[in-house]
Design a protein. Structure first.
Length: 487
């Protein structure tokens, strides 16, 4: 049986603890050469622990925070096994299937497989939504060794007969908890039912909520379980800080923050798509180049924005949480939470875009008065208080003001002032015992022939307040009055 997650947390077990170089992992020479060409010599903890188990053909449950090298942890051993087998991929099939929650992550995984497998003859295809079917269909019908796909587009191709899954040898579910967030679990179950019974299953997730644990139990057979960091904890080398600002001050605070020296590549997260576009427009007015990436952008637009961010043409990328995981861009100097997320775990995934592969990074969050509960939830999750930016390169924004201190602001903002006055009056009104019935009087009075109603309806409406009868009794009385009047 696989060992428990807690028994593996933060360390390697047994033989795996001796792995300090990629050369210790026993990868084939062509793949080892590709790894060296990428500049990697030492495996990350998740790679050191997971790769030997995958090479041995075991199922694996990997729990690791974002940015720990999960992609190489499954890509390298899969490429090793595919290159070592002399089997030929049949038309309309694939030998390794990797499911990804987002288009960006799928593209990143595909790029990794191509880079690590450059010295082999392994074919790779990426199948995602938002682009034309033509080239995807052509690649699938020829057959492909490694298929990276999002669940929805893959099911589309399956339904059209472009691909079969009965030849899959290795199945990878990456970012499983994000799959849950996006509602892909039913689609994943449909796909799993189409896979052969004999296969290797690799299951990776940054967190392990109950629903994901259940899905893992369905998929995995006697899995090895590895974990390199406690779930929902950010990387230790990320310097986190919070800056208290009023909503109307956020753009100015962001412009100042990204203008500091050493901020060559900045990733900014907003809560909404419209908010992301607005931030880009406001920065543009201050002659600051930025690009937005979110669900309303077409796939070509998203590819251009991400490419510009990578090559430095757009040093600032403003994104919604669609990009919180899977965008593997080296050298992100700063992550800015322009809007704090409603889900605390999302904060961890956002700031995980910096301090990747053992590097250090910086994360700054803007917090308005109404965001204090969100900040407290985040601090509870990560088990520490986030430092307030003061001095250094960032000046602290104004702390949330009390109702008395915001008197001038309340006079400028009419709706807010109106709401506050209403709240102050409510306690006085709640003690007024005559409030309910006078509130109903305009609809029932005047009780005269001039109000346009028959006399029996006027009488029926006026009696309940006086008699105090139940609603059912009043309805019966009205029906009897109607029958009597019609007779």
């Amino acid at each position: 049986m696989g060992r428990s997650i807690s028994s593996h947390a933060g360390r390697a077990i047994g033989k795996i603890s001796k792995v300090t170089q990629f050369s210790d992992l026993g990868l084939s020479a062509p793949i080892a050469d590709s790894v060296r060409a990428e500049g990697y010599t030492e495996p990350t903890p998740i790679q050191a622990q997971a790769i030997p188990h995958i090479l041995a053909g075991r199922d694996l449950l990997g729990l690791a925070a974002t940015g720990t090298g999960k992609t190489a942890a499954f890509a390298l051993p899969i490429l090793h096994r595919l290159a070592g087998a002399n089997a030929r991929t049949q038309r309309g099939t694939c030998r390794a299937l990797i499911l990804s929650p987002t288009r960006e992550l799928a593209d990143q995984i595909g790029e990794s497989f191509r880079a690590y497998g450059r010295n082999t003859h392994t074919t790779v295809a990426v199948i995602v939504g938002g682009v034309a079917y033509g080239r995807q269909t052509e690649a699938l019908t020829k057959g492909v060794d490694v298929l990276v796909a999002t669940p929805g587009r893959l099911l589309d191709h399956i339904s059209q007969g472009h691909i079969r899954l009965d030849a899959v040898e290795s199945f990878v579910l990456d970012e499983a908890d994000h799959m849950l967030d996006l509602g892909f679990i039913p689609a994943i179950r449909k796909i799993v039912r189409l896979l052969p019974a004999k296969r290797q299953n690799l299951f990776f997730s940054a967190t392990m909520p109950k629903e994901i644990g259940g899905l893992a139990a369905e998929m995995l057979k006697d899995p090895e379980r590895v974990s390199v960091s406690p779930p929902s904890k950010p990387a230790e080398k990320i310097a986190q800080s919070v800056q208290f600002v009023e909503p109307r001050q956020k753009v100015a605070a962001l412009a100042k923050t990204v203008g500091e020296p050493g901020r060559d590549r900045v990733l900014v997260f907003t809560r909404t798509k419209r908010g992301a576009d607005k931030v880009v427009r406001e920065l543009s007015r201050q002659s600051i180049s930025a690009a937005a990436i979110h669900g309303n952008k077409s796939q070509p637009q998203r590819v251009r924005a991400l490419a510009g961010f990578k090559d430095g043409r757009s040093p600032i990328l403003v994104a919604t949480d669609i990009a919180a995981r899977g965008i593997d861009v080296d050298g992100v100097d700063l992550v800015v939470n322009y809007d704090l997320p409603h889900v605390p775990e999302t904060y961890v995934h956002r700031i995980g875009r910096t301090a990747r592969a053992g590097n250090s990074g910086l994360a700054i969050s803007f917090c308005g008065p109404e965001d204090r509960p969100l900040l407290k939830a985040i601090e509870k999750l990560i088990g520490r208080q986030i430092a307030v930016a003061n001095g250094g390169t960032i000046e602290p924004g104004p702390a949330p003001m009390s109702a008395e201190e915001t008197g001038a602001g309340a006079r400028r903002e009419g709706p807010a002032r109106s709401r506050k006055r209403t709240r102050r009056r409510r306690p006085e009104q709640s003690h007024d015992t005559s409030r309910t019935e006078p509130h109903r009087e305009p609809r029932t009075a005047p009780e005269s022939p001039g109000n346009g109603l028959p006399a029996f309806l006027t009488a029926a409406r006026s009696k309940p307040a006086a008699t105090g009868k139940s609603r059912a009794a009043r309805r019966r009385q009205r029906r009897e009055s109607v029958r009597a009047a019609s007779a």
